[in-house]
Design a protein around this ligand. Structure first.
Ligand code: ZN
Length: 305
């Protein structure tokens, strides 16, 4: 049976590219691992943040577009993205969020301590303590994501019978599924109703699960067609190949291959430094560079100590 070991990446929409870079590199301490454009709409950036080498399971991506209207978090969306931090890191992170003037809430779910807060565009984020070995308190990768499905049972079936994830429990209105990866291995489905989601800035756009290779991707595509879903053709995203489909709960899923990864056009040392374009957009480079806002990775200090 086909099995996804966990989350490949999660993608969201935001307004300001520089603010987005400042937040994810400075507050969360992630690395900008790729600066490219939305292949379907090249006048908009596509920014990727992850661990040092951009491993699947650590990657959050954004389409920053200034003129985009604000969306509303709700049904039919990934509602919350969660990051894994090592055990005993909570107080360090509380201090850090406070330094940056961010409000947070301490909660717990499935026996795990959680810090819940919002990013600079209102996206809901969590830090979850996990038992993963680490020499510091930094984010290790995703813990997982919470889906606000319009039809939780149908989405649960997708996670179980399509992605081969295991249902490991239900608690306080959340159903938890688990994959075998070390990071990005839990997906929770919220069982209580939410308002209807509206796509726009400050909302998550889709969640991508991991496929080993293109052969698996094609098998998934066949399986989706058999089950009556309507997957896209295999698309070449330069750093991975992928397909997309909507489930009955309104969630936009992507399935993406682990390879070739982000070092296909930049060395590990240089990840995120240049504006990288796929071959078919190189002819438009000059025009795009003029049109896209100037951005940089820079140090921003939290000052509210
Ligand atoms: Zn994607």
């Amino acid at each position: 049976m086909l099995k996804s070991i966990g989350i490949h990446h999660i993608t969201a929409m935001v307004n300001d590219a520089q603010r987005n870079i400042d937040f994810y590199t400075n507050v969360l301490g992630l690395r900008l691992v790729k600066r490219t454009v939305n292949f379907d709409r090249p006048e908009v950036y596509h920014l990727y943040f992850g661990d040092n080498s951009g491993h699947p399971g650590t990657i959050i991506t954004f389409f920053p577009w200034e003129k985009q209207l604000k969306g509303r978090i709700g049904t039919g969306q990934v509602g919350v993205t969660s990051y894994a931090i090592p055990n005993q890191s909570m107080s360090v992170w509380k201090d850090r969020l406070q330094q940056f003037g961010l409000e947070f809430k301490r909660t717990s779910r499935f026996g795990e301590a959680i810090l819940a807060f919002r990013d600079s565009d209102g996206l809901e984020l969590e830090l979850i303590e996990r038992q993963i070995k680490s020499s510091n308190h930094e984010i290790i990768g995703f813990a997982g994501a919470t889906l606000f499905s319009a039809q939780p049972n149908k989405t649960a079936e997708i996670l179980e019978s399509l992605f081969g994830m295991e249902c490991v429990g239900e608690e306080d209105g959340f159903l938890r599924f688990k994959g075998e990866a070390l990071v990005g291995n839990t997906i929770d489905i919220k069982l209580t109703p939410s308002v209807r989601g509206l796509m726009g800035a400050g909302t998550f756009h889709h969640i991508a699960l991991r496929a080993n290779d293109e052969k698996e991707l094609n098998e998934w595509r066949e399986l989706l067609l058999d089950k009556g879903y309507n997957p896209t053709e295999v698309r070449d995203r330069n750093y991975f190949k992928s397909i997309y489909f909507h489930d009955e709960g309104g969630i936009l899923f992507e399935i993406a291959t682990d390879s070739p990864g982000f070092t296909v056009d930049e060395s590990i040392e240089q990840l995120g430094e240049g504006l990288m374009l796929p071959q078919w957009l190189e002819a438009k480079r000059e025009a795009l560079e003029k049109q896209l806002p100037k951005v940089e990775v820079r140090r921003v200090e939290g000052n509210q100590s």
